[in-house]
Design a protein around this ligand. Sequence first.
Ligand SMILES: [Zn+2]
Length: 81
Amino acid sequence: MTIRFTQSCPTCGRRVQIRASLIGYNVACQHCNAEFVAEADADDHSSMNESNVPRAIVPDPLMARVEEALQRAAENRAISS
Ligand SMILES: [Zn+2]
């Protein structure tokens, strides 16, 4: 199954269906043919439920670092005790 989301075209303002695999790439508007960069955090999520939000495709580097720091802190505590 192909995951799609909708984003408003910055040129004509109409909704454009974009494949989730195209996030971060230039896509062409299906209505006015204008090119713009597909973004995961589109303002319109009405046509999809939470599980379809393509956020997982691009891991959050900040959260990954926080998790890593927490893990390291836990390990240090285990060593010193
Ligand atoms: Zn357009």
